[in-house]
Design a protein around this ligand. Sequence first.
Ligand code: AMP
Length: 140
Amino acid sequence: MNPYTIFADIVAGRAPSSKVYEDDDVVAFMDIRPMTPGHLLVVPKVAARSLAELDPVVGGKLFQVGQRLAAAMRASEVGCDGVNFFLADGVTAGQEVFHVHLHVIPRTPGDGFGLRGRPASPRREDLDYLAASIRGALGN
Ligand code: AMP
C-alpha cells in the first residue's frame, strides 16, 4: 500500500515544519494542532503505515529520541512538569496520519489532556485468560 502522507513531504523537506531534532533515522517537529503547548511528533524517515510495518530497530529509536525530547522539554521554556507518550496504531486507536509517529506531549497541572476513565477491574481469571491468549500469539 502507498505509504505517502504529509509526513513524507516533511521528512523530505518539501513541506514546512518546525523542526526540533533530526538524525539518519528520525525527525521530530512541532505538532500543528498541539494537545498542549510544546507537543512534538517523532517520525521515522522511512515511512511505515503501522506498527506491524515498522522496523523494530527504528521503533526503538523513536522511543530513545522521545526520551531525549522529554528531558529537553522539561528543561526548556515549555515549562512542563510531566510528559505523556502517545502512539495511535489504526483508525480505531485514533490514527489520522498513516506514517507511524510518536507523540511527545508536555503536561502541566489542569491542562485538560488525559485518557477517559476506565471500566471496573476485571477478575483475575479474565486477566489470565487474555494473558494466555496474547502469550500464544507472541509465538517465537
Ligand atoms: P494521529 O492521530 O496520531 O495520526 O496524529 C496525527 C497528528 O499529526 C495530529 O496531532 C496532527 O495535528 C498532526 N499533523 C498533521 N499534519 C501535520 C503537519 N503538517 N505538521 C505537523 N503536525 C501535523
